[in-house]
Design a protein around this ligand. Structure first.
Ligand SMILES: NC(=O)c1ccc[n+]([C@@H]2O[C@H](COP(=O)([O-])OP(=O)(O)OC[C@H]3O[C@@H](n4cnc5c(N)ncnc54)[C@H](OP(=O)(O)O)[C@@H]3O)[C@@H](O)[C@H]2O)c1
Length: 273
């Protein structure tokens, strides 16, 4: 699988692992931990979580999955906007670190913009960085104009991006590519079946000997500077997602996908989940 620059000279594979809804059902815990570990072993080392997910349950599950493997993963978590005051961000990070069972995050994101001024939040991030509790910081769900206001040092912007939601291709993605700021693509599988069972994805998948989901994921990472973070709760799905890293879509595939899922021709409001 290809690598890409992330922050501070750290390079990561272009597919990582999302964790929204993981850790919420005790009967699935063993399977979910095994899936995350299988992903780490197979190279999906960027792990994305948030204090919001299951009110900390996702961070706790990730903590269990990375125990003994902390140095192999690039850990990303997010602070709620209502916790993103100068001191609130520090307290929220400390709670996340406890749940994750680690002494540092690699990237800490503002989950979406709220009522605290971004400069205040970033001041909190910088205090955490100086204390060694985070290595870098970034934002999520920022459109281009908002992102342009972010102070120097913003490592990434995490936004919705999949075949069914291409609005960012008009201005946000090209801008981030020009600035050398990697884009984390969330919900790259469109959250499951309705996108993945599209007949065109199945047809292209059959040509490549892979599934429709693998085509959807290969399409997201075709762009330079994009890191996709699919969430998978089974080892089978994790291995398929690893396999998507090797799928190369040809011009004919891309043209038929453009036809079925047109690229934006004008500015679109940022899609947010
Ligand atoms: N920053 C934000 O505001 C924000 C918002 C949304 C999401 N996120 C992050 O992005 C991550 C990914 O997004 P998401 O969870 O919304 O949706 P997603 O990754 O697009 O889709 C997840 C769905 O796809 C299924 N799936 C995974 N691998 C598959 C495969 N190989 N074949 C078929 N189905 C497969 C999963 O099923 P199983 O679970 O059964 O494997 C699950 O139903 C989240 O988990 C979270 O970390 C961030």
């Amino acid at each position: 699988m290809r690598d890409t620059d992330f922050f501070d000279g750290i390079r990561v594979p272009v597919i990582g692992q999302g964790t929204w809804y993981l850790g919420e059902d005790a009967t699935k815990r063993v399977t979910e931990v095994a899936a995350l570990r299988a992903g780490i072993d197979a190279g999906l080392t960027v792990i994305d979580t948030a204090e919001m997910y299951g009110d900390g349950a996702s961070e706790e599950l990730v903590g269990e999955a990375i125990r003994g493997h902390r140095d192999e993963v690039v850990l990303v978590s997010k602070v709620y906007p209502h916790n993103a005051s100068r001191s609130g961000v520090v307290a929220a990070c400390e709670r996340s670190l406890r749940r994750l069972g680690t002494d540092r995050l690699d990237v800490y994101l503002l989950h979406w913009s709220g009522s605290f001024p971004l400069l205040e939040t970033v001041d909190g991030f910088e205090r955490l960085r100086a204390a060694g509790k985070i290595r870098s910081w970034g934002v999520s769900n920022f459109d281009r104009d908002e992102l342009k206001q972010a102070p120097h040092g913003c490592a990434t912007n995490q936004v919705l991006y999949n075949l069914g939601s291409r609005g960012i291709e008009f201005d946000l993605l090209p801008w981030q590519q020009r600035m050398g700021m990697p884009l984390m693509a969330y919900s790259p599988l469109g959250q499951g079946p309705s996108l993945l069972e599209h007949p065109l994805l199945t047809e292209i998948g059959e040509r490549h000997g892979v599934t429709g989901a693998q085509i959807a994921l290969a399409w997201v990472i075709r762009q330079p500077g994009v890191i996709a973070i699919p969430k998978a709760s089974s080892i089978e799905h994790v291995h398929q997602n690893v396999g998507a890293g090797a799928v190369v879509l040809d011009a004919e595939d891309l043209a038929s996908l453009d036809n079925a899922f047109p690229a934006p021709r004008s500015k679109q409001p940022l899609d947010i989940l």
